[in-house]
Ligand binder design. Structure first.
Ligand code: NAD
Ligand code: ZN
Length: 273
């Protein structure tokens, strides 16, 4: 393992750039840290507590059954906070790199939708906003704040508009069966979508490199995704200001903020053309 901190070792950075350039398949696994420089409030950091409720009390199926209005009020608040944030240079460097070459997949634990927003912005700049190839859209392991699904049937849709959580009767309902809609996120005590999870592991196993960005690598099964790349004979590169349990398995650990490191690794200037 090589560890490089500010000022980054140029040999280590060149080595990672060459590794990424020559890889035919790369998985970028991201966590809350990639959105830190966008100002997305974390659950526990300043601004993360909401009216003295802990997330563990609100982000559960039981909480929603008991008081769907309160849970929706919390999600409506989180959606508003995240809508005020914008993708940062890290998200943008990833999106531009995905458009510049093939074989780059984003797997994220984040529910903030910022990878997707960065991609839609990048597409808007390059080809007038055409529909993106499915390959360039992030695989969202824990769902999205900006999608809803039905509590009874299989209905699932993007949903970006405001939610009126002032009473039970104003909460969003399913256009198919009229049951309550819920945020399409994975709550405490719920399993991840098995199709999304197996796709993530399959991509990771086939990848030559897993670039792990801004995740504390303690929440499983997401934290095991990079290990599948190792098992498949590929390498891990980590971008995180702090060490994590994954650091010792990394080929190179770059200890810095992703908004700075990702453009330095992925931008066309950094790639030399
Ligand atoms: P985490 O909070 O456990 O870890 C964040 C990691 O990011 C830490 O290791 C930290 O050192 C690193 N970090 C901080 N600033 C960084 C920066 N500028 N650049 C790069 N790295 C930086 O996050 P996690 O591993 O994603 O797990 C937390 C869980 O909480 C996940 O399940 C996730 O779904 C959820 N969550 C999501 C969001 C979001 O959508 N933005 C926010 C908070 C929590
Ligand atoms: Zn329904």
């Amino acid at each position: 393992m090589t560890v490089t901190e500010h000022p980054f070792d140029s040999d280590a950075m060149d080595g990672v750039r060459a590794l990424l350039r020559d890889a035919s398949s790369v998985v970028i696994l991201s966590g809350a840290g990639v959105s830190a420089e966008s100002g997305v409030p974390t659950f526990r950091g300043p601004g993360g507590l909401w009216r003295s409720h802990r997330p563990e009390e609100l982000a559960t199926p039981g909480a929603f059954r008991g008081d769907p209005r309160l849970v929706w009020e919390w999600y409506a608040w989180r959606r508003e906070r995240v809508s005020e944030c914008a993708p940062n240079p890290g998200h943008r460097a990833v999106a531009a790199w995905q458009l510049a070459r093939s074989g780059v997949y984003v797997v994220t634990q984040n529910v903030d939708g910022l990878h997707e927003r960065a991609m839609l912005e990048a597409l808007g700049e390059t080809d007038g906003g055409g529909a993106p190839r499915p390959e360039v859209l992030p695989l969202e392991l824990h769902g999205s704040l900006f999608r809803v699904r039905c509590t009874q049937c299989s209905y699932r849709q993007p949903h970006r508009g405001p939610v009126d959580a002032s009473s039970l009767s104003t909460l969003p309902t399913c256009p198919r069966c009229a049951s309550l809609l819920r945020p399409d996120v994975v709550w405490f005590g719920e399993a991840l979508d098995p199709r999304v999870l197996s796709r993530a592991f399959e991509l990771a196993r086939r990848a030559d490199v897993c670039l792990v960005v801004g995740t504390s690598a303690v929440v499983h099964p997401a934290a095991s995704v990079p290990l599948a790349t190792l098992e498949g004979g590929g390498r891990i590169v980590e971008v995180n200001p702090d060490p994590t349990p994954l650091s010792e398995s990394a080929w190179v650990a770059i200890r810095g903020p992703s908004g700075e490191v990702l453009p330095a690794l992925l931008s066309s200037d950094a790639r030399g053309g």
